[in-house]
Design a protein around this ligand. Structure first.
Ligand code: 5GP
Ligand code: ZN
Length: 109
């Protein structure tokens, strides 16, 4: 979708810190991280909400989230996915947050 910022990130038209890419999935660092390693994992298929994403694309998302959890070494983390404004969705392209939770406040750097 031409106006979508995450579609532009997938195409490389907007720069991102890429963590993973396959034919169906793209992962990158959140620009406003809630903790060090806060990542976003998205299907390449544009869809606004979870129900808009084909099952074959959805099936490849959680294995990538799992890889990122292992890569960060986080023992405590949140995996979140917001749908709709009332549910705090700001970007209308489905995305899964992977947010490591450090034991102590370690800052963002
Ligand atoms: P939501 O509230 O929709 O679940 O989360 C959207 C997330 O996308 C936010 O955490 C926000 O920081 C992130 N984000 C928004 N625009 C950009 C961008 O241009 N680049 C990156 N890397 N992250 C973005
Ligand atoms: Zn999109």
């Amino acid at each position: 979708m031409a106006a979508c910022i995450f579609c532009k990130i997938i195409k490389g038209d907007i720069p991102s810190f890429k963590l993973f890419e396959s034919d169906k999935v793209f992962a990158f660092l959140d620009i406003q991280p809630l903790s060090k390693g806060h990542a976003l994992v998205i299907p390449k298929h544009h869809g606004e909400k979870l129900v808009d994403i084909p099952d074959d694309q959805l099936a490849e998302i959680l294995p990538v989230v799992k890889k990122l959890v292992k890569a960060t070494g986080a023992e405590n983390y949140n995996v979140l996915q917001n749908n709709g404004r009332i549910a705090h969705q700001e970007v209308d392209h489905v995305h899964f947050h992977m947010i490591p939770k450090p034991d102590q406040e370690q800052g963002l750097t």
